[in-house]
Structure formats: structure tokens, C-alpha cells
Design a protein around this ligand. Structure first.
Ligand code: AP5
Ligand code: MG
Length: 206
């Protein structure tokens, strides 16, 4: 199964993806993390995108599209991806649909984590001391929130039409949200069979 999780900065996308990948043997694909890795490694791409990320703007659709295709095309991750922070606009949502079709896959569940701007500000300020992300300050957090709000409505409509969208209250505790998401995943037809197949393949390869 493939899952999309989206929501504003600090909504808990990373936190929840992390818990889900362990429980359901999935692979987390955080476009933000992939981009930050390019910056940390000082690659040509990293140099190109660092100012965009540091200002809270979106990196170009082509750049992130190429990054995610590397994973979607990889057999190891086939039907085992959780897309954390992708798509962020309608173009990306359509691109994801096309890429998954190209590699004979589909999305099974789309999760939207809803949180208020007040909560976001508090969480980002707290996290700043832990992760030291350059884009974690109040001003840029608000900018990231605005970028999210300005682009996400057509994405929501897109997934509403395909009946895949589930809205989750991101203000609840981490454990409560995890329980709710786990229940939604367990409602996907064939989820247990997929995990068993994955474990079987892994045991026979080792
Ligand atoms: P990205 O890295 O995705 O950042 P973001 O969307 O701003 O989201 P965050 O990672 O800040 O928050 P999160 O929702 O993961 O929350 P978390 O679990 O950490 O993207 C960064 C940048 O990369 C973008 O601005 C853009 O420039 C670029 N980019 C990325 N994807 C792109 C794309 N597709 N296209 C173009 N550009 C792209 O939680 C936050 C904190 O709150 C943590 O400390 C956590 O412990 C705490 N917390 C979480 N849940 C709870 C809870 N329920 N209760 C209390 N505390 C909680
Ligand atoms: Mg994150």
C-alpha cells in the first residue's frame, strides 16, 4: 500500500510517518528530508535549493518530481511508500498519480493532518532547539504555513474526488493520532496480506 500524509508545517507528518513505517513495514519518503540532505552534503542541487527552503518557499515541481521517481521506480519500495510532504500543489498531485500509474502502483489512503497556526508556532519553536533546522523560526514558520495554505486547496479537492481523503485532528496527542491512523490503515483491503508477503520475501532473501 502507498499512503500520502500532508498538512501544514509542524502538523506531525514526520512524527506520524515514523511510527507508521515501523508498525506497517513501510518506507518514509519525506521530500523535505531529501532536500535537506542535499543541502547538508553541499551538492550542486543543495546549493541551488538552500535559499528557497530557508525562505519557506516551494522547490520546483521538477526537482522534487525527480527525487520521488527514484523511489517509486525502485522495486524495493514498491507499494511500501508513505509520502510525507508530497504532493504540495495540484501539479505534484497529478504527477504522483502519473508516476504511480507508470510503475503499476496506486495510492490507498490520503491523510490530512489539521492543526491551527497557534499550535504550529509553538511546536516549531520547541523543535528549533532539538533539530536546529534553519527554516524553524517564527517568521519562516508563518511563511511556510502561508505557502501551504496558498497551494493545498486544489490538492484537497483532487483527493476528495477519488474518495481517498481522511482528515485527522492533528491537535490530539501523538498516541491518539497514531491510533486513529493505524485504524484507517487497517481498513485498507489486503494490508495484512501485503505485510506478510513483505516479511516472507525478506526472510527468504536473507
Ligand atoms: P518539510 O520538511 O516537509 O517541512 P514542513 O512541511 O514545513 O513540515 P515539518 O517537517 O516542519 O513538520 P511535520 O509536519 O513533519 O511535523 P513534525 O512531525 O516534525 O519541508 C521543508 C521544506 O522543503 C519546504 O518548506 C519546502 O521548501 C521544501 N519541500 C518539501 N517538500 C516539498 C515539495 N513536495 N515540493 C516543493 N518543496 C518541498 O512535528 C513537529 C514538532 O511537533 C516535533 O517537535 C514533534 O515532536 C511535535 N509534535 C508532532 N505531533 C505532535 C502532537 N500531536 N502533539 C504535540 N507535539 C507534536
Ligand atoms: Mg517533517
Amino acid at each position: 500500500m502507498n499512503i500520502v500524509i500532508f498538512g501544514p508545517p509542524g502538523a506531525g507528518k514526520g512524527t506520524q510517518s515514523n511510527l507508521i513505517v515501523k508498525k506497517f513495514r513501510l518506507h518514509q519518503l519525506s521530500t523535505g528530508e531529501l532536500l535537506r540532505k542535499e543541502i547538508r552534503n553541499n551538492t550542486k542541487l543543495g546549493q541551488e535549493i538552500s535559499s528557497i527552503i530557508n525562505l519557506g518557499n516551494l522547490v520546483s515541481d521538477n526537482i522534487v518530481g525527480d527525487l520521488i521517481e527514484n523511489y517509486i521506480s525502485n522495486k524495493i519500495f514498491k507499494n511500501r511508500l508513505i509520502f510525507d510532504g508530497y504532493p504540495r500543489n495540484l501539479e505534484q498531485a497529478k504527477n504522483l498519480e502519473n508516476l504511480l500509474k507508470k510503475y503499476n502502483q496506486k495510492i490507498d489512503l490520503v491523510l490530512k493532518l489539521s492543526v491551527s497556526l497557534e499550535t504550529i508556532k509553538n511546536r516549531i519553536i520547541e523543535r528549533k532547539f532539538l533539530e536546529k533546522r534553519v527554516d524553524d523560526n517564527q517568521e519562516i514558520a508563518i511563511k511556510r504555513y502561508e505557502t501551504y495554505e496558498n497551494n493545498i486547496k486544489p490538492v484537497i479537492e483532487f483527493y476528495k474526488q477519488s474518495n481517498l481523503l481522511k482528515v485527522v485532528n492533528g491537535e490530539a496527542t501523538i498516541a491518539e493520532i497514531n491510533d486513529e491512523i493505524s485504524g484507517l490503515i487497517e481498513g485498507i483491503k489486503g494490508w495484512l496480506w501485503e505485510i506478510r508477503q513483505y516479511k516472507y520475501a525478506r526472510n527468504n532473501n536473507s
